[in-house]
Design a protein around this ligand. Sequence first.
Ligand SMILES: NC(=O)c1ccc[n+]([C@@H]2O[C@H](COP(=O)([O-])OP(=O)(O)OC[C@H]3O[C@@H](n4cnc5c(N)ncnc54)[C@H](OP(=O)(O)O)[C@@H]3O)[C@@H](O)[C@H]2O)c1
Length: 239
Amino acid sequence: MKNILITGANRGLGLELTRQYLERGNTVFAAARQPEAATDLHQLQSQYADKLHLVQLDVTDEASIEAARQTVAGLTNQLDVLVNNAGIFPGAGPEDPAKQHLGGLTAGNALTFLKVNAVGPLLVAQAFLDLLKAANKARIVSLSSGQGSLTWKASAEPYHYSASKAALNMYMRALAAEVGTYGVISILVDPGWVQIGMGGSTAALPPAESAKGIIRLAEQLHAEENGSFVTWQGQPVPW
Ligand SMILES: NC(=O)c1ccc[n+]([C@@H]2O[C@H](COP(=O)([O-])OP(=O)(O)OC[C@H]3O[C@@H](n4cnc5c(N)ncnc54)[C@H](OP(=O)(O)O)[C@@H]3O)[C@@H](O)[C@H]2O)c1
């Protein structure tokens, strides 16, 4: 059984991934900004007391990343999978969609998106690299979006969300070139338009299906797929 770290595990796809990894008998380090307020994770913990560990982690806070690394390193000497799931989207949570249109764009909002959606996952991967290197063929799965594809980009908004996912793609593509030399496989996954969290209720895809696809993908990866950008069903996404 494997050790899995999932960021933003308290709700949305992160929570669904946590649930499914636990159902498969794995140990999950479920990271959340406010683990004490993560009621769904607490409920899961009553069912999976020895397999689910709640970890405080804000991906924009380097001290929090380092504290999370120390917490996890105190509980295990290897990590098999890191899922960089945490992210923000305008309209989901406090992010104002009006700031993603011409006339409403600000540098501050641009940097907020870049910090959470691009720089954060890179720093988390860097911090946990030693634990990932200690596992056999560890995986880093970073949740990107079709909005981060330059080829697919057809609408103007959401400017900063799309740019942050394109930046994430570049960071993780660069990281893949480096971690591949240690046998770690890193991929970017578009989870589809999921009926949860950012996707909203009008989305087409049930979260359980997307999460199942992402877990299957992570299990079946080969070294030659390191650095690829694929859908939750494993189809290539054009950069
Ligand atoms: N849902 C979709 O249709 C869809 C489509 C394409 C891509 N994606 C990608 O899939 C991932 C998950 O999406 P979702 O729909 O499940 O999102 P969601 O329901 O809005 O959940 C986002 C998660 O990220 C966490 N988070 C936000 N800022 C954070 C920070 N600074 N540090 C740590 N955690 C932070 C949130 O924690 P709090 O509860 O503390 O805010 C929450 O747990 C995202 O990366 C998203 O871009 C989703």
